[in-house]
Ligand binder design. Sequence first.
Ligand code: AMP
Length: 198
Amino acid sequence: MIGIIFGPPGSGKGTQAARLEQEMHLKHLSTGDILRAEVAAGTPLGKRVQRIMAAGDLVPDELIVDIVRLRLPEAEQGAGVLLDGFPRTDAQGRALDAMLAGEGHSIDFVLALVVPEEVLVERILHRAAVEGRADDTRQAIAERMHEYHKLTEAVLGHYRKQGVAIHLIDGVGTPDRVFERIRTALSGISSGYGQKGE
Ligand code: AMP
């Protein structure tokens, strides 16, 4: 099973993805987390993307596609994969389709967290204060939201056209309530998953 979780900055996407990993045993593959780890470790890739990320811009498609291409096969060994933060552009979507088609796989579901913009800004500024994230300045937030709306929603359209189930999830409320909505949305396709170790 391969799913994608979408959500604007501050929508609680990382928290919900971690819950999905824990409860449905989907391997969480977050391109943002991978890139942040590269930056923190000071690798050549990290040095290359550091400034781009701090400005809230998108990292070039070919770098991101290479990252996913390297990690997807291993992630697919388990019960399933949850892609987080990828694909973000049409080119990434097409590259992913080609990767999956080569293995006879396709996307099973798309989750999109929906949260009003004023709630998002409040959450992000709070997180910036707590975690000291370099990319959570007001200007960078505005840039990331702009990128999200411009590019990510086009990717949603890409999957809608392919007939992939797209679940719009109300992301307002406690993490538990939001997760319940996700669980309900996926109940039809999750049978047979999440049984491992139970
Ligand atoms: P995220 O944690 O998903 O919001 O990602 C943090 C930052 O990493 C983004 O603002 C981009 O600079 C970069 N990034 C993560 N995923 C991608 C992607 N699929 N395409 C381009 N840039 C990305």
